[in-house]
Ligand binder design. Structure first.
Ligand SMILES: Cc1ncc(COP(=O)(O)O)c(C=O)c1O
Length: 419
């Protein structure tokens, strides 16, 4: 028998092995100052392209005022306990009612965290006879939710409706044997590459197959659709989404989340979501803050218009300069470059130190080896000047990448890591 920690001493995992080179800079960086388009990183001013504050609400004076007043009135504890036991309030109910109305569903239920909330939603929706069919590139919270399932599950190729159809055929055969049903799970917007889930085509399959659809619309809520109600609204299929999920961690610039569905389904879920039944309710400060943010999303369409003005300028500017931004159909703006992890590190350092641009960097194992993904999140706070400066910086780093500058600068890291 071996000591449980032995494997940890030997192997830090695919990302953890980079800790000594990366921590504090590439991972766990500390962005300082007020949340905005320009913040400070290690004392330097940077244009920030890595914060999911799509609508610029995080630091909006009206939002800050309500947050501060709610904190003054309630502190950060109230209400104590789980919703079911002692943590329920009128304002939780009001928020649910308003969220349901906003996303055109009969009812909604507020969750203390999105990650745990959607895991429990998946867990509560299926029993062991049921079959889950989900996109292979689904967010970790969906994968973890599926892990709780005691029955069969199939993945379909990323956003590939033909593959979904094949898997639905298999799932249907299996469900006929087990006597169970089928849950299909997609995202409204895939947060890494920015494609919208092909919801329209997925719901069209309901004519042929019997399944229910759960959509995680973390990045679509507030950013897509005529009113900002998300990817379902954008694609005209909101009614065919059986269970709609969104977090408050992005457009709402807060903490918490919600699910929305028919009344009877929400009534069932609120008695069966383990991560909510056995965990503290969302505190009032956040509930009041969410009501304010939702009101602003509803009544200030200029926030979304500003966001899209920046998205369009950034994405078209990148394309005009010949950058590969993949197949994004949302605000999420990926830029794909070719290079090793050490090269990616040198490139990002150049971007931050010499160009004052802060964006997230994604490498293997999240994306295939040899690719570097610079992921940018435009917001309503950004300006066209931010976009212009960023485009110029990107042209410069691409030139240095192609001429081998970063390879030379990172040779010692490559050698040390055996890359
Ligand atoms: C697609 C997606 N689903 C769920 C979550 C989890 O939400 P939360 O941060 O509220 O736990 C996230 C991250 O915020 C996400 O990107």
């Amino acid at each position: 028998m071996r000591d449980l920690f032995e494997k940890i001493y030997k192997d830090k995992g695919p990302l953890g092995k980079w800790a000594s080179q990366a921590e504090g800079y590439f991972v766990f960086p500390k962005l300082e100052g007020q949340i905005s388009n320009r913040m400070k990183f290690q004392g330097k001013d940077v244009i920030t392209w890595s914060i999911n504050d799509y609508l610029g609400l995080a630091n909006h004076p009206e939002v800050r005022k309500v947050d501060a007043e709610a904190s003054q009135d309630y502190g950060s504890a109230y209400p104590m306990g789980a919703r079911m036991m002692s943590g329920h309030t009128n304002l939780h109910e009001q928020l649910q009612k308003e969220l349901a109305e906003f996303v055109s569903k009969e009812a909604a239920y507020v969750l203390n965290f999105g990650y745990q909330g959607i895991m429990s939603t998946i867990d509560a929706l299926v029993s062991k006879d049921d079959i889950i069919v989900y996109d292979v590139d689904a967010h970790a919270c969906i994968i973890d939710g599926v892990r709780l399932h005691m029955g069969k599950r199939f993945t379909y190729k990323h956003n590939d409706v033909e593959s979904l159809e094949k898997n639905l055929e298999r799932a249907t055969k299996m469900a006929e044997q087990t006597g169970g049903g089928i849950l299909v799970i997609s995202e409204g917007v895939f947060g890494m590459r920015g494609e919208q889930g092909r919801l329209k085509e997925i719901v069209a399959l309901k004519d042929k197959f019997n399944f229910r659809l759960l959509v995680d619309d973390a990045h679509g809520f507030g950013t897509l659709g005529a009113t900002g109600a998300g990817a379902g609204e954008e694609q005209g299929v909101q009614d065919d989404i059986d269970v709609y999920f969104a977090t408050f961690a992005k457009s709402m610039a807060s903490t918490g989340a919600f699910i929305a569905a028919d009344q009877e389904i929400i009534d069932y879920l609120k008695y069966n979501l383990r991560s909510q039944m056995f965990a503290k309710s969302l505190q009032m400060q956040l509930v009041k803050g969410a009501l304010k943010r939702l009101d602003m999303i509803r009544t200030m369409p200029e926030l979304k218009d500003n966001l899209w003005r920046i998205v369009n300028a950034l994405q078209s500017g990148l394309k005009e300069r010949g950058f590969n931004i993949g197949t994004t159909q949302s605000c999420v703006t990926p830029v794909y470059l070719k290079g090793s992890i050490p090269e990616a590190m040198a490139l990002v350092k150049d971007l931050r130190e010499n160009h004052g641009i802060f964006c997230s960097i994604v490498v293997y194992p999240v994306i295939p080896k040899g690719l570097i993904l610079l992921r940018m999140i435009p917001t309503a706070m950004h300006t066209l000047k931010d976009v212009e400066e960023t485009l110029q910086a990107f042209s410069s780093i691409r030139e240095r990448l192609n001429s081998g500058v970063y390879k030379r600068l990172s040779a010692h890291v490559s050698a040390a890591m055996g890359e």
